[in-house]
Design a protein around this ligand. Structure first.
Ligand code: PEP
Ligand code: MG
Length: 933
C-alpha cells in the first residue's frame, strides 16, 4: 500500500477526489497543484497510515520511512533547499487534515527544521534576524506544547515576563535578541520538564511531529467533536508536510483567509480578511485587526488580481463555495488550503439555489448538498454563541442524551400538573421527570423543554417532544430527582423547583440559569430547495400527528397525510378545548376500573364523542390526504395514577374506595410492560375498545364527508403477531365500520392494516398480508424486539456502545438510525413476503427512523411507499427521499453524478439478497440488495 503522496512544481500524485486518503487539506493541495495554482510543494501521509499507527501500538508501517525519505528528497529538489541546512534551510509545516473538516480540533506544527545552526542560516539568507528568531521561538513553543504536551500557559507566561522586563507592550516591538533569549528560556524549560535536550535534528523533529498529529486524532476534543457532529467511519487524519512560506517577512508579505461568497448571507461577493506582515496563526488568534479584501486590492493590486483569479478558478473547479487560506511572501501569492466553506443555513440554501441558476451545478447536486442539520437549524432556537465555553462549563449541571435539538429556558418543575399550573400563570417552565408517560402530555405540551433522568431516543418523552419540536434531553443518568423535596442534583449542582435552567438539546447538556437563545429565520431559498426535492422523490412523506393542531402543522411542513396517529394522548388532553381534559381522563380511568363489560362500555360511550371530534379535526386538517389511525397501544396501567394522593382523588371522583383503585393499579402492573398487555392484545381481550375507536373514526369520517371534506381513513392495529389474531381484528373492524356506513347510507373507502413491530410479524409477513391492506413498520418497537434492547433503558449503556474510544460496537444509535444489517434485513424480508401475497400492499414506516435521513434513504431502497416523521422532521424526510433517488440513480450510473437536465433513470429491480423472489407486480420496482452497515 502506498502511504505518501507528493505534490509540487505543477504535479501531484494525489488529487481532489482522494479525501478519504489525503484528507480534505491534502486533497485540496494536490488538486490546486494540478490545476496550476501557486501551491508550496510538499507531501501528504495518508489517513490509512494513521489507522495503522493507532491499531499497531503507535508504530508505523515498515515502508513508511522509505516513502517519507523519497518524498522529502523530492521536496528538497523542488525547493532547492535542505531540511536543517545551516545556510539556507528548508522549513516545513506539519499539519493535520481529515476527510471531514474538524476546525481547530487537531494539531499543527510550523517552522519545523529550525535549530541553533539553521536559524542563523535563515537569518542570514533573509537578512532578517528578528524574523528568523521569531520563527524559531514559535517552533519551539509549538513543539513543546503539541508534541510533548507542556502547558501553553507556562510558555506564554515566559513571553509575558520578558515583555514586562523589556517594557514592551506589543509583539512587534520584540527584538531579535529578545526572541533569542526567549528561545533559550523555552529550551531550558523543555530540558527541565523532559530531562532531555530540545531535539536539534530535523528528522527527529519531523517524526515526532508526524506522531503528534496522528495522536491528535484521538485527543478528547477531537473525539467529542466527531461525536457531536456525527462524524463516523473515518480512518484517521492525514499529515501534510509542506514547505513553509512566510507572511511575516515584511510589509510586502501577509496572510489571509477568504471565501468565494459571503458565508453568512450567501451573496456572491469576495469576502475575507488579510493581515499584513503576519503568520497564519495571527489571523486565527484575532490579535490584530485585519484589513478587508477591498483594501488589499488597493495596496497590492497584483496580488489581489491573482487571488481573484484563484477564487474564480477554484469555485468553478469545485463548483461550490470555497474557503481559502493564502499567504503572500515578498509579493508572491501562495494558496495553502481550499475547502468547501462552512456557511450559515441561510447561506447554504441561497448558494445552492444561486449556483443552479448560474448553471454551475444541477438541481440534483444542489439537493445533495443540503444536510439534515441545515434544515434542522432552521426550526430550532439555539443558545446564543456569545456565552463563553468557560462560562458554560461552570454552569453545566449534567449531560444526557440529545433527543430533540434546539434549546429551551425555563423554571424547573417536577410534575406535569405543576407545569400546567405554572404555565397558566404565564411562567416558562422546564418539566423534569424521571421518565414521562401519557399522563404527562399536558405538562409536556406547555413546557418549554423536557428533561428526563432515564430513557433513550425513542422513549415516551423523546417521541412526544419530537412531535412538537420541543427541546428534550433524556437518559440523564447522573441526575438525582427528589420529587418529595422538589429538587434535582447532579455532580454537586442542586437545582430547586422554580429555579431557572437552560437545556441544550443539540448537545444534550443542562445548564444552570438562563442562557440567551436565538431564534432562526426561514430563508426564502429553503422553499425552492424543498420544491425541487418534492419533484424528484418517489416516496410520499407523511407525519406522525395525534391532534388537529399537529396535523395542521404537519401540512405546513409539507406532509402528505398522517402515517401514525397515536390515539392514547387524546385520553389525557383535549388539545382543542383544554378545559375539558379532565372529562376524558376520567372516562378512560372509569373504563379501566370497570368490573364488567357493561360498565366498560358505559365509560367508552363517554369517550366516543371526544374521539369523534379529535378524528374529525384531523380529517379536516388533512383534507383528502390519508390518515392512519392506530388503535389503542399502551398498557392500561399508564392511564391510572400510581401515587396515593392521585389514587385517592380518582377514587373520590368515581365513587369507590381508594383501595379499589390501588388494587386495580396493582393488578395492572407488569414486570415487562413493553412486552405485556398492550397493543392489539387490548382489543383482543376488550373488543369494546376497538368497537368504540373504529366507531368514532367512521362516524368522524361520515361527518367530514357530509361537510364536503375528502377523507381517506386507514385503521391500523398495533403490535400484531399472528394471522388469526389479525383476522379477528380486521373482521371486527369491518363489522363495526360497515354497519355504521350502512346505517348512514354512505360509502367511504377505508383501509385496514397493521403495524409490523415484532420479529414474528415480520417473518410471517406473507400470512399477515392476507389480512392487512397495508404495513407500517413500527421500527421503535421492532428495533427493540429484534435487537433485544429496551428502547427505554438502552440509554444506560448505548453511549459506551457508540463511543469510539470505548467499545465502539455501533457507529450509530439503532433507535435513531435504522440498523440496516439486522432490523433492516427483517424489514426487507417482510416487504418481499408481504407483497408476494398482496402485490399492491402499501408499505410505510412510522417509527422515529422515518425522520432520520439515512434511514429514509434505506426505506427508499427497500421500495416503501412512504415514510412518516414527526412534523418538524417532515422536511428532512422530503429532502432525504429525494437524495435517495439521486444517489440510487448515480450509483446505478456508476459515476456518482446525475447528468444535468436528464430524467432520473428508474431503478432496475434486483432481488433482496438470499430472499425469495419478489412478487412480479410489486408496485415499487427499485428494491436493491439489503446492505450491511
Ligand atoms: C413504533 O414502535 O415504532 C411506533 C411507532 O409505535 P410507538 O413508538 O408508539 O410504540
Ligand atoms: Mg410501537
Amino acid at each position: 500500500m502506498k502511504y505518501v503522496y507528493s505534490f509540487g512544481a505543477g504535479k501531484a500524485e494525489g488529487d481532489g477526489a482522494m479525501k478519504d486518503v489525503l484528507g480534505g487539506k491534502g486533497a485540496g493541495l494536490a488538486e490546486m497543484t494540478r490545476i496550476g495554482l501557486p501551491v508550496p510543494a510538499g507531501f501528504t501521509i495518508s489517513a490509512q497510515c494513521c489507522d495503522y499507527y493507532l491499531k499497531h501500538g503507535r508504530t508505523y508501517p515498515k515502508e513508511l520511512r522509505g516513502e517519507v525519505a523519497a518524498s522529502l528528497a523530492r521536496l528538497e529538489k523542488i525547493t532547492g533547499k535542505k531540511l536543517g541546512d545551516s545556510r539556507d534551510p528548508l522549513l516545513v509545516s506539519v499539519r493535520s487534515g481529515s476527510a471531514r473538516s474538524m476546525p481547530g480540533m487537531m494539531e499543527t506544527i510550523l517552522n519545523l527544521g529550525l535549530n541553533d545552526r539553521s536559524v542563523e542560516g535563515l537569518a542570514e539568507r533573509t537578512g532578517n534576524a528578528r524574523f528568523a528568531w521569531d520563527a524559531y521561538r514559535r517552533f519551539v513553543q509549538m513543539y513543546s506544547t503539541v508534541v510533548i504536551g507542556l502547558p501553553k500557559e507556562d510558555l506564554e507566561e515566559k513571553l509575558g515576563n520578558l515583555k514586562k522586563k523589556a517594557r514592551i507592550a506589543d509583539d512587534t516591538q520584540v527584538t531579535a535578541e529578545h526572541w533569542q533569549e526567549l528561545v533559550a528560556m523555552y529550551k531550558s524549560y523543555f530540558s527541565e520538564k523532559t530531562g532531555r535536550d530540545f531535539p536539534a535534528h530535523p528528522s527527529e523533529q519531523l517524526w515526532d511531529a508526524i506522531g503528534a498529529v496522528f495522536e491528535s486524532w484521538m485527543a478528547e476534543k477531537a473525539v467529542t467533536y466527531r461525536r457531536v457532529e456525527n462524524i463516523t467511519g473515518l480512518l484517521g487524519t492525514a499529515v501534510n508536510v509542506v514547505q513553509m512560506v512566510f507572511g511575516n517577512t515584511g510589509s510586502d508579505s501577509g496572510t489571509g483567509v477568504c471565501f468565494t461568497r459571503d458565508p453568512s448571507t450567501g451573496e456572491k461577493i469576495f469576502y475575507g480578511d488579510f493581515l499584513l506582515n503576519a503568520q497564519g496563526e495571527d489571523v486565527v488568534a484575532g490579535i490584530r485587526t485585519p484589513m478587508h479584501l477591498g483594501e488589499l486590492a488597493r495596496s497590492m493590486p497584483k496580488v489581489y488580481a491573482q487571488l481573484e483569479k484563484a477564487r474564480q478558478l477554484l469555485e468553478s473547479h469545485y463548483r461550490d463555495m470555497q474557503d481559502m487560506e493564502f499567504t503572500v511572501e515578498e509579493g508572491k501569492l501562495y494558496m495553502l488550503q481550499t475547502r468547501a466553506g462552512k456557511r450559515t443555513p441561510a447561506a447554504t440554501f441561497r448558494i445552492a439555489v444561486d449556483m443552479v441558476k448560474e448553471g454551475l451545478i444541477s438541481r440534483e447536486e444542489a439537493l445533495g448538498r443540503i444536510t439534515p442539520g441545515d434544515i434542522q437549524r432552521l426550526f430550532y432556537p439555539v443558545m446564543a454563541p456569545k456565552v463563553s465555553v468557560e462560562q458554560l462549563a461552570q454552569r453545566k449541571v449534567c449531560v444526557g442524551i440529545n433527543a430533540v435539538p434546539g434549546a429551551a429556558v425555563g423554571k424547573v418543575v417536577f410534575s406535569a400538573r405543576d407545569a400546567e399550573e405554572w404555565a397558566k400563570n404565564g411562567e416558562k417552565v422546564i418539566l423534569v421527570r424521571r421518565e414521562t408517560s401519557p399522563e404527562d402530555v399536558g405538562g409536556m405540551a406547555v413546557a418549554q423543554g423536557v428533561l428526563t433522568a432515564t430513557g433513550g431516543k425513542t422513549s415516551h418523552a423523546a417521541v412526544v417532544a419530537r412531535g412538537w419540536a420541543k427541546c428534550c434531553i433524556v437518559g440523564c443518568e447522573t441526575l438525582n430527582i427528589d420529587y418529595a423535596a422538589k429538587q434535582m442534583s447532579s455532580d454537586g449542582h442542586v437545582v430547586h423547583q422554580g429555579e431557572w435552567i437552560t437545556l441544550d438539546g443539540t448537545e444534550g447538556a443542562v445548564y444552570e440559569g438562563q442562557v440567551p437563545l436565538v431564534t432562526p429565520e426561514m430563508p426564502e431559498h429553503y422553499h425552492t430547495i424543498l420544491k425541487w426535492a418534492d419533484e424528484v422523490r418517489r416516496m410520499d412523506v407523511r407525519a406522525n400527528a395525534d391532534t388537529a393542531q399537529d396535523a395542521r402543522k404537519a401540512r405546513t411542513m409539507g406532509a402528505q397525510g398522517i402515517g401514525l396517529c397515536r390515539t392514547e394522548h387524546m385520553f389525557f388532553k383535549d388539545f382543542e378545548q383544554p378545559e375539558r381534559s379532565s372529562e376524558r381522563q376520567l372516562a378512560i380511568q372509569e373504563m379501566i376500573l370497570a368490573d364488567s363489560e357493561n360498565d366498560r362500555r358505559r365509560a367508552l360511550d363517554k369517550l366516543r364523542p371526544f374521539q369523534r371530534r379529535d378524528f374529525a379535526g384531523i380529517f379536516h386538517a388533512m383534507d383528502g390526504f390519508p390518515v392512519t389511525i392506530r388503535l389503542l397501544d399502551p398498557p392500561l396501567h399508564e392511564f391510572v395514577p400510581h401515587d396515593l394522593e392521585n389514587q385517592r382523588e380518582l377514587a373520590r371522583k368515581i365513587g369507590v374506595t381508594p383501595e379499589v383503585v390501588a388494587r386495580r393499579v396493582e393488578k395492572l402492573s407488569e414486570s415487562n410492560p413493553m412486552l405485556g398487555h398492550r397493543g392489539c392484545r387490548l382489543s383482543i381481550t376488550y373488543p369494546e375498545i376497538l368497537e368504540m375507536q373504529v366507531g368514532a373514526i367512521i362516524e368522524a369520517a361520515i361527518e367530514c364527508v357530509k361537510a364536503g371534506c375528502k377523507v381517506i381513513p386507514e385503521i391500523m392495529h398495533p403490535l400484531t403477531l399472528d394471522r388469526k389474531e389479525l383476522k379477528i381484528l380486521v373482521d371486527a373492524t369491518h363489522r363495526v365500520a360497515d354497519e355504521i356506513l350502512r346505517a348512514a347510507g354512505m360509502k367511504i373507502d377505508y383501509l385496514v392494516g397493521t403495524m409490523i413491530e415484532l420479529p414474528r410479524a415480520a417473518l410471517l409477513a406473507d400470512q399477515l398480508a392476507e389480512q392487512a391492506e397495508f404495513f407500517s413498520f413500527g421500527t421503535n418497537d421492532l428495533t427493540q424486539t429484534v435487537m433485544g434492547l429496551s428502547r427505554d433503558d438502552a440509554g444506560r449503556f448505548l453511549p459506551e456502545y457508540l463511543d469510539e474510544t470505548k467499545a465502539a460496537i455501533f457507529t450509530t444509535d439503532p433507535f435513531q438510525t435504522l440498523d440496516r444489517a439486522g432490523v433492516g434485513l427483517l424489514i426487507g424480508w417482510a416487504i418481499t413476503r408481504g407483497r408476494a401475497t398482496r402485490p399492491n400492499l402499501k408499505v410505510g414506516i412510522c417509527g422515529e427512523h422515518g425522520g432520520d435521513a439515512e434511514s429514509v434513504k434505506f426505506c427508499h431502497q427497500l421500495g416503501m411507499n412512504y415514510v412518516s416523521a414527526s412534523p418538524y422532521r417532515v422536511p428532512i424526510a422530503r429532502l432525504a427521499a429525494a437524495q435517495a433517488v439521486i444517489e440510487q440513480a448515480a450509483s446505478q450510473k456508476g459515476n456518482g453524478r446525475v447528468p444535468k437536465g436528464k430524467p432520473i433513470r428508474k431503478g432496475a429491480a434486483k432481488n433482496l439478497a438470499d430472499m425469495p423472489q419478489r412478487a412480479k407486480n410489486a408496485k415499487k420496482p427499485e428494491v436493491i440488495a439489503v446492505r450491511g452497515k
